[in-house]
Ligand binder design. Sequence first.
Ligand SMILES: Cc1cc2nc3c(=O)[nH]c(=O)nc-3n(C[C@H](O)[C@H](O)[C@H](O)COP(=O)(O)O)c2cc1C
Length: 316
Amino acid sequence: MKNGDKKQAAAGHKPNMAVEIAGIRLKNPVMPASGTFGYGEEYAPYLDLERLGGIITKGLSLRPKGGNQTPRIAETISGMLNAIGLQNVGIDAFIEYKLPFLREVNTPVIVNFFGNTLDEYGEVAQRLSDLPEVAGVELNISCPNVKQGGIVFGTDPRAAAEVVSLVRSRLNKPLIVKLTPNVTDISVIARAVEEAGADAISCINTLTGMAVDIHSRRPRLANRTGGLSGPAIRPVAVRMVHQVVQAVSIPVIGVGGIVRPMDALEFLIVGARAVQVGTANFVDPQAMITIIDGIEKFLVDEGLADIHELIGSLQV
Ligand SMILES: Cc1cc2nc3c(=O)[nH]c(=O)nc-3n(C[C@H](O)[C@H](O)[C@H](O)COP(=O)(O)O)c2cc1C
């Protein structure tokens, strides 16, 4: 069909926006990035949660965690540095106080989690397996702001494979593994986690950065360094998603610096099957709704009946 004919054929029909990630059906490809959307409930007054493709929760650990000393956030040009240190309520309080709300929201719930040790990763995975409300999990092996857990596992292919296969053996749900950009070659880590049993990959987490207050001459974060997020990191994230898509055959979720619909479209075109929006939620709690509507409008304008016609359509 010629382009003009395709546009006419698509006019008046809503394009298909639904995608599937590791067996989880998302009504559209847009979800919040872990740690920027609390446990969902916090944002309920500001947007219709049921419009989201899914909800990804703040990273959970076996026991509650207070996080790092303050200051732990610093604004930068086109982004922010954070060193929250994975503060969270712990799995027991999550089940008792947070999950009952999420259960009533008609969209898949994906729980992001981490452990301080290998054993803890395994134990949280086991506990999450018992929860029917949880559609899937996102395994964080990429937090740059804590000494144990997170990035220690995510920067070495053997350590990454070890934690992924342990979690895989204790988990009866789809397993998404979240990668760090703080490595020389992300495709090596991506292949290692795929071989170890990951069902999908999300990338990227934050890039390690530092900022200094020139008057006090102190680091702006108590932790000295923090994770850089927001529009500043988007080209790095797009490049890494492109690399990972080439390296593996499991679905990839793109995350990093998405603010506008066109940002999300870049990730989909390089082959991400879904996207996550993080820092933009702090600036505009409606950002994800604008992005969902904008992707749909783009499909209509381009005469595409299905989002899969766009995914991976990069011309090189
Ligand atoms: C304040 C803050 C807290 C975060 N907490 C987590 C977390 O608990 N687990 C995780 O995997 N990623 C966490 N992230 C990383 C984001 O999920 C995301 O990967 C990153 O911010 C890049 O996306 P963005 O540029 O759209 O923010 C956090 C990011 C921020 C800014």
